[in-house]
Design a protein around this ligand. Structure first.
Ligand code: EPZ
Length: 457
């Protein structure tokens, strides 16, 4: 299987996976989103499958020569990028129904033969989650050559915990020309791996590798995110022996092989929180279908404390907020079950128009405040003090041309545009397309004046 053989919906007509990823950006990347603010949101929004579950789940297909079928796969640029990376490893893809269906795509992945164990820089640098092929490739093939992703807008984001964990499982791992070279010709052996701090990706990479290691592996201080639990649920369906997911200690008893499975991807709690906050900034009343209050955990309590009304329904939950109802609140990002860093930028847009002051502290990434100067250009009153931002709510933001810098910062600017008077245009939309499926459609269906402006081709 090569990228050319990918189903149309996953393929981008270029010669190489790296160019495909570039095309994903080029195809819609330089478009702009234009918002005319001041209109409340009313109606319903269907929540898609979680991007941060879909990516490790796709990587898990490398662990077996049988077919892994995923349903509820969102239409996102990151999914396309990873599909192109997996295809160049030899993974075969097929889709049930080529087109987009409202509740996500069904994609079957089959790594019958892995004929290439290198993950090239051009793809990995575009999407850091590509590093999730490292553990599965070493476990299945006994070797992997995965490019270091390099930093990204929100931080250096090293992979030292992934590397150290693989070494503890018995792999020889070195760095060569910007690539991680890992070898385990005799296979991996279970070990106790204690993480000095919580890492979602390291937990996922090493949990996948441990599934095919000899003996028992204990992951101590493991990530507890719902996406990690969803990956474990799928691995167990594939024949893995895993216990403790959702706690800080995950135990994996290695198997000789894994088999195929069917798995429906958990709903995206970050998309859910994002749209709930959209109702907060714009005002209105929207049912979020396919989500649940349990899934967003502490975020529900935070939003209620900020003045939003949240109420469970039999399809998800309803969010309501009237203008002037928002009050400032202090938030600190933490690993799950704490407040997620992926909702920090969106929360800042929300409290920018709340009554009173708020303090938002970012503890996960070292540079995740790039939305601050852009929000300030729209009239937000924000002062940075190291890892904390002090926000003093203002009665009204004003629309402006703004620039996105990373996935979540870009959506926080869209939220601010919904609240602002006048017109806001958000550039570099490729950031949005990485993590938000049909955002302008979902918002305009609820009454927002949002449109995508195609860049000149
Ligand atoms: C995952 O990234 C998510 N991505 C991120 O979502 C999310 O922000 C992050 O977890 C935290 O919840 C996916 O799941 C695909 P980490 P990941 O390893 O795994 C440092 C989004 O917007 N670290 O938990 O890369 C790291 O630099 C994205 O959807 C090391 O130092 O995050 C960070 O400061 C953004 N060494 C902290 O730990 C390592 O070996 C947490 O990172 C690994 C991580």
């Amino acid at each position: 299987m090569t990228p050319h053989d990918l189903p149309e919906d996953l393929r981008l007509a270029t010669r190489s996976p790296a160019q495909a990823a570039q095309d994903a950006i080029g195809r819609g990347g330089m478009d702009q989103i234009r918002i005319c603010g001041g209109r409340p949101l009313r109606g319903e929004i269907r929540i898609s499958g979680a991007k941060n579950a879909a990516l490790p789940l796709m990587a898990a297909s490398l662990l077996t020569d049988e077919t892994l079928t995923l349903t509820g796969v969102p239409h996102l640029a990151d999914i396309t990028t990873l599909a192109n990376l997996l295809a160049q490893h030899g993974v075969g893809f097929s889709m049930n129904g080529e087109g987009a269906v409202s509740d996500g795509r069904e994609i079957a992945l089959t790594a019958a033969i892995i004929d290439n164990t290198t993950a090239p820089y051009d793809l990995v640098r575009k999407m850091r989650a590509s590093a999730l092929v490292l553990g599965p490739l070493v476990a299945r093939c006994g070797e992997a050559r995965v490019s270091l992703p390099g930093g990204c807008a929100i931080g250096t984001r090293p992979l030292d915990l992934h590397i150290k964990g693989l070494q503890q499982l018995g792999a020889e791992v070195g760095l060569d020309n910007g690539y991680i070279e890992a070898r385990a010709p005799k296979g991996l052996t279970g070990a106790e791996i204690a993480f000095p701090f919580v890492s979602v990706g390291a937990t996922e990479n090493l949990m996948m590798a441990a599934c095919l290691a000899k003996g028992e592996t204990r992951l101590v201080n493991a990530a507890r995110e719902p996406e990690v639990a969803d990956l474990a649920k799928c691995l167990i369906a594939m024949g893995a022996d895993i216990s403790g997911t959702g706690t800080d200690t995950i135990v994996v008893r290695g198997a000789d092989r894994l088999h195929g499975a069917h798995h429906h991807i958990v709903a995206d709690r970050i998309e859910t929180g994002t749209y709930a906050m959209a109702v907060g900034v714009a005002g209105g009343n929207v049912e979020l279908v396919g989500a649940s209050l349990e899934l967003i955990g502490v975020v529900a309590d935070t939003l209620r404390a900020a003045g939003l009304e949240l109420e469970a329904t039999d399809r998800g939950f309803r969010v309501a907020c009237e203008p002037g109802q928002l009050t400032g609140i202090d938030v600190m990002t933490e690993p799950y079950p704490g407040f997620p860093t992926d909702l920090q930028a969106q929360m800042m847009a929300l409290v920018s128009v709340a009554n009173g002051a708020s303090m938002i502290t970012e503890t996960i990434f070292e540079n995740r405040f790039m939305h601050v100067p852009e929000l300030a250009r729209m009239g937000a009153n924000i002062n940075l003090h190291g890892a904390s931002a002090m926000i003093r709510g203002v009665p009204q933001l004003t629309g402006a041309p703004v620039m996105a810098t990373d996935l979540r910062a870009s959506v926080s600017l869209v939220l601010a545009g919904l609240a602002a008077s006048g017109e806001t245009t958000v550039g570099r939309v490729y950031h949005l397309d990485r993590g938000y499926e049909r955002l302008e459609e979902k918002l305009s269906a609820c009454g927002a004046e949002v449109e995508r402006i195609k860049a000149a081709r």
